[in-house]
Design a binder for this molecule. Sequence first.
Ligand SMILES: Nc1ncnc2c1ncn2[C@@H]1O[C@H](COP(=O)(O)OP(=O)(O)OP(=O)(O)O)[C@@H](O)[C@H]1O
Ligand SMILES: [Mg+2]
Length: 264
Amino acid sequence: MSKIKIENLQKRYFERRSRLRSADDVPDSGKQICVLDGIDLEIEEGEMVCILGPSGAGKSTLLRIVAGHDNASAGRILINNKEINGPSQDNIFVYQQNGLLPWYSVWENVELGLRHIEDEEEKNNRIHEFIDIVELTGFEYHYPHQLSGGMQRRAELARALAVNPDILFMDEPFTGLDYLTHLKIREEVINMHSYYQKTTLMVTHFIDDALIMADRIVVLGERPAKVKMVEKLDYARPRNIETERGLRELRDQIFLMLGVSYVA
Ligand SMILES: Nc1ncnc2c1ncn2[C@@H]1O[C@H](COP(=O)(O)OP(=O)(O)OP(=O)(O)O)[C@@H](O)[C@H]1O
Ligand SMILES: [Mg+2]
């Protein structure tokens, strides 16, 4: 299990919009947009933290940097007290957009992260198990283009969960799933988390998902994003937002914080 520490993280992107059109044009080289502005956060071993925030705030950027897929402009990320400098086999990332390899079948995509398992039978059982969990049995040899959007999402989740990584990064993992599948897979992730207790950092724009799933919620503000709110959720699971007053109030508060005057 792993502990993550984010220290004063900043990210600036350079704007490369302006292109020289004549010899007299002056290059606009110094223009930057600041996306993350001093993010400090600690994620405990086995904790599930959900990050909420407006679109374009920098949530995916934050996740990519913490997973070592992108560089910070300043600040640092420590995993188990060691500064990271790139992606690691100990963590896995579920992308916001489709991350399946299109030339591999569902089976081969799930197998990707398990190539280190030498015992063929053990490996095959594991692939079967996770394809079954996401209810894709019968579609093992289909390619991503032969699956619906929701099925692709499920295949991707199976691939991530089968690896049993120390840390799971998920960027809007339920996007594109139909409502019922969303609830089912969410349940599955909650169950797996309570069983395996993997450190999990998940970005979502579904406030209810965060309230149902998270040990702690982090709300980011508009870009350049700072941490606007951190709230520990000490509620027993399974949770029901409608019957839990504290969760209902928190939901209203977060909606307001994100600029929606939510009225039930
Ligand atoms: N590679 C890049 N180059 C330049 N700007 C980028 C790059 N990636 C992201 N950005 C900018 O950084 C900002 C944050 O993007 P990011 O994808 O992290 O937002 P987000 O919070 O995940 O949004 P959403 O909820 O819509 O997924 C955006 O303004 C985006 O245009
Ligand atoms: Mg995003």
